[in-house]
Design a protein. Structure first.
Length: 202
């Protein structure tokens, strides 16, 4: 970022007209700046953790003799890393144009958009990438041989059912992990916005 969070907040609160008391302005400058710094730091660490996860999973599949599957899964994980990094960089492009309150509103809106997009990605993409992984894992095994002996309709029903289950699991896992990792920080952001709204109404 060209400007640090501290400089952004300094400019934002200089333009904040409705929070007239200097002591209150300084208080919310520190509180909001700290929360945004913590969210940004957590998202970067969370995303960076995908790299060792991809390497470890690749090593496990190679050890199991599933090299192609290992490469496939590693590519997916690294692809998710770069996708997340691109979305997170969009948060850094936000600037305070009039006041800090509007900046926080836009920041929250971006966070919600990322959450909504990732939810759809997990719901639709997780089954699409996991089912081929199952096929590669069980290829040339008794499980795959038994599956191929089933009627086509039964195969389609089983694959469809698996896709629905994987979709639900993907969404639940993402929502739960987001709640655990970011729940407290996002709640603090909401509280700051509510407090600032109350102050501007008074």
């Amino acid at each position: 970022m060209e400007r640090s969070i501290e400089n952004i907040w300094k400019k934002g609160f200089e333009a904040e007209k409705k929070l007239s008391a200097p002591a209150i302005s300084n208080l919310y400058k520190r509180k909001s700046g700290l929360v945004i710094q913590q969210i940004n730091s957590t998202t970067k660490k969370d995303n960076l953790s995908l790299i060792p996860v991809g390497i470890i999973i690749f090593g496990i599949f190679v050890f199991m003799g599933k090299v192609i599957l290992g490469i496939y899964v590693a590519i997916l994980i690294f692809g998710l890393f770069f996708l997340n990094r691109k979305m997170l960089k969009e948060l850094e492009t936000l600037n305070i144009r009039d006041n800090t309150y509007n900046y926080l509103l836009n920041y929250r809106k971006r966070i919600k958009n990322i959450t909504r997009y990732t939810t759809w990605l997990m719901g639709l993409g997780f089954p699409l990438v996991t089912i081929p992984a199952y096929w590669m894992f069980f290829q040339d095994t008794k499980v795959m041989s038994s599956f191929k002996q089933l009627d086509l309709v039964v195969e389609i029903l089983l694959i469809s059912g698996l896709a629905v289950v994987l979709s639900v699991l993907g969404i639940l896992f993402y929502r739960l992990s987001t709640k655990i990792v970011y729940g407290e920080l996002l709640a603090r952001l909401e509280n700051i916005l509510e407090d600032m709204e109350d102050l501007m109404k008074s």
